[in-house]
Each structure stands twice: as C-alpha cells, then as structure tokens.
Design a protein around this ligand. Structure first.
Ligand code: SAH
Length: 353
C-alpha cells in the first residue's frame, strides 16, 4: 500500500501544531488557523494581522496547501456541485456538495481510488492509488465551503462517503474530523458528521470507542452472503453475521442509531425477497435505511431499479415497520456518483496521451 503523500501542509495541523511547526507563539497559530478555516483565505499575504515577516515566510513555502481545484461542475437541477481536485503528486480526487433547502452536505473522499472493488461502483473500477492525508480531506471541505458560499455562522453536514473506505484510513480521517470540528474553524458538531463504511469490522469497533458522537452508516446492499460477496467483496472477509455482531457491539456501547445504505440494482437486490432479507438482518439493531437508486456507471453490467420495483421494495420495508427513505437521485447530470468524474477525466487523459 502506498503511504500518504507527506509534505508540510498547513491544513493538516491544529493551531497548536501550526505554532510549533513554525516556531511561533500559540496566538499566531490560532490566527493562521482562523484565517484558513473560518475566513477561508488561502493567500498568506492577505492575512493582515500576521507580522509581515511571517507572511513572507509562509509565502515562500511551496507546499502550504495540498489540493488544487481543476474542475467544478454545478448541477442545473438542484445546486449539487462536484469538484475534481488534484493532489500534490497528481492524484485526482472528488468531493461533492449537496444542497437541501438551506442545508449543505459535504461529501468527502478518504482515499484516491479504492481497494474494495464493489462491482457497481465507479471508484473501484480504476483501482486503489493511496490513502489521503488529513490535510487533503480538510481542504476538500474548505473548497466545498467556498463553492457553496457557506456562511460563517452556519455549519455543514459532513459525510465520508466519497471515494475510498474511510476505515482503511482511520487515523487520518479522525484527524481531519478533529480539525473540521475545531471551534476556531468550521466548528462542525460531531452529530453532523457521518462515516460510511462497506463493513470494515475493526473500524466499527474502533469507532465504538471514540469519545465523539459521530454517526455511522453501513453500505449493506445485500443481506445474504452470496449476493453481498458478489457486490461488496469485503463481505468475504467480514461476512454478514460478523457484521451484524459488530453493529450490535457498537450499539451496546454507544446506544446510537445507525444508517444502512442500500443501492437499488434492477433484478439484483430490488426484489421483495431481498427486502425481507434486509428486514431480518435489521432484527436487534436500531437502524434506519437509506435506499439509493443506482447512479448508472458506463461499462458496468447493472441497470437502475425502475420506479415500480423501487416502490415495491419500499413497501415491504414499510409493512415491516422499518424507517426507510428513498433518496432522490441528485447530481446525475454531473457524474456525481462515487468516482465517476475522476473515471471520465482519467479516461480522457489517457485518450489524449
Ligand atoms: N467505502 C464507503 C464509502 C464510499 S462509497 C462505503 O462503502 O460506504 C459511498 C456510498 O455510495 C456507498 O453506499 C456506495 O455503495 C454508494 N455508491 C457507489 N457507487 C454508486 C452508484 N453508482 N450509485 C449509487 N450509489 C453508489
């Protein structure tokens, strides 16, 4: 596995660490942190309350920031916005901003590419590149805040649901969360932060021990082992019974409701039988279900579930007393599904070269 791209990026540091790294008093660390995280000023010359000498020193550093925005796509339908960002070593990653009334949700990538190879997902198709650093995750949120014109008195929801498996980059994800929660910066509350996993049990067990009240979402997609292993190969390592046990341990420890994600694929996991299997899996768990129509990825052998089958699936869950929502498709016109924009871009890069 390739190590995270290591360089000195201001955005990966707490105010205290910034002060220490720069050998400056703590007060200046706090000021720089506020400029970047609260005011979202990335040009150090504009940080007017810093001593001139420090501003010049910062400007002389080439790698203060980790990411460059190279493409921004705005959906005409609903304000969804997708950014394609370039890391210092040329890796491409994606971040998405979702808008629902006044509420903004930032969807962050935790890795460049993904090792899990889920059969319906665009990210897995182009393989795994490396894990992202905390700075690279924090900067995604900062760029989305700029793109969404986030007001300084409002905080977004944050979901680690972009490219990659966050629990396979656990420490850097937690560090980025600590930075984005810092009250001198965005000050996002833990309850507004969701980590989405394909079912990495060691990660679920670690999350259960975290002091913060973060939310957990599990991408289930199938509730019997044969089908789930075909859709989410990680299931071969952590099969359903073990996953169920881990979720129960998590709930016994935390007492928190979890979310189950289910991407509907026609004639694959959208039958009433599959819905009933999901109902049985949920026994003993406090969970809500998010059903997501599959966002088509060209070249993959799936089709989105038609409306009639979606409705039938939902009505089985409803009859069983399960709280379930059918998520509206958002951002289909901007390749907003996990990994799509990067895949298209990499393809056109290859075609050009
Ligand atoms: N690895 C983590 C987070 C990244 S995937 C996880 O599996 O949860 C985020 C969510 O998007 C997952 O639920 C995934 O199954 C879903 N997803 C991926 N590709 C999709 C597509 N083309 N259409 C709809 N949902 C998709």
């Amino acid at each position: 596995m390739t190590a995270a791209f290591e360089a000195f990026h201001l955005t990966g540091s707490t105010p205290e660490e910034m002060a220490e790294l720069l050998s400056e008093p703590p007060r200046l660390g706090r000021q720089i942190f506020t400029w970047i995280h609260r005011k979202r000023v990335f040009n150090c010359s504009a940080m007017t309350d810093l001593p001139l000498q420090l501003r010049n020193r910062l400007n002389a550093q080439e790698t203060l920031f980790a990411l460059k925005v190279i493409e921004k796509k705005q959906s005409k339908q609903n304000g969804t916005c997708k950014l394609l960002l370039e890391c210092g070593d040329g890796e491409l990653i994606e971040s998405v901003l979702l808008r629902h009334k006044d509420r903004l949700t930032f969807c962050l990538s935790s890795q460049a590419g993904c090792a899990l190879n889920c059969s319906f997902c665009a990210t897995g198709q182009s393989g795994f590149r490396r894990s992202l650093s905390a700075a690279e995750m924090v900067e995604q949120a900062l760029h989305l805040a700029c793109a969404g014109n986030l007001q300084s008195n409002s905080t977004p929801n944050l979901v680690y649901m972009g490219m990659g498996e966050p629990f396979q980059n656990y420490d850097a994800v937690m560090k980025s969360i600590a930075l984005l929660m810092n009250p001198l910066g965005m000050g996002i509350g833990a309850r507004k932060i969701t980590i989405s996993t394909a079912g990495d049990i060691p990660g679920i067990d670690r999350l259960a021990e975290e002091p913060r009240q973060l939310r957990l979402s599990v991408s289930l997609h199938a509730a019997h082992d044969d089908l789930r292993s075909a859709l989410v190969p990680l299931n071969k390592k952590y099969p359903l019974q073990d996953l169920h046990d881990a979720l129960q341990r998590y709930q016994n420890r935390r007492g928190r409701q979890i979310t189950i994600e289910w991407t509907l694929l026609e004639n694959t996991n959208d039958s009433p039988e599959e819905a009933l299997r999901l109902v049985s899996f949920l026994k003993g768990l406090d969970a809500v279900v998010n059903v997501i129509p599959w966002n088509p990825v060209s070249g993959l052998p799936f089709t989105p579930s038609p409306q009639k089958r979606q409705d039938r699936f939902m009505s089985v869950l409803e009859h069983a007393g399960i709280t379930a929502t059918l998520r509206q498709e958002r951002g289909g016109d901007i390749d907003a599904a996990c990994g799509q924009l990067r895949m298209r871009r990499n393809r056109s890069f290859r075609e050009k070269s």
